[in-house]
Design a protein around this ligand. Sequence first.
Ligand code: TYD
Length: 131
Amino acid sequence: MFRKIGFPVRGDYRGNLIAIEGETDIPFEIKRVYYIFATQSDVVRGLHAHSSLQQVLICVNGSCRILVDDAERREEFLLDTPSSGLLISSGVWREMKDFSKDAVLLVLASEHYDESDYIRDYEDFLEKFRK
Ligand code: TYD
């Protein structure tokens, strides 16, 4: 499953602020945060799915495109605002691309880093998650 999530902007005359709380604004407890930046525009990142990890991707500066594939349908999302994110549940193949020079992609994750949770072969992914 994947879907866009909007976050309310708490703006005033000083500027804007967005707060994201685990289990309230997104459907999981946040155990890890990482961010991707200074990625070349011709580079494709990701190219994997996860067995159990859930993530929310937010492009807090600049823009990038995320291709998601749940073994039934493929969709591409443009992330170009800090006020919305893309929720990606387990069992979804993802590719991150078309990073702008100034792109900073923030990722909120439901688990600590665990290499054994990665599925890096697309055929293995289809075999495991095909409906
Ligand atoms: P990688 O999974 O290749 O990034 P992407 O999915 O964006 O293509 O991660 C790059 C490197 O960072 C790799 O050596 C693993 C390491 N890494 C961590 O140590 N902790 C993490 O939470 C993540 C996401 C990656």
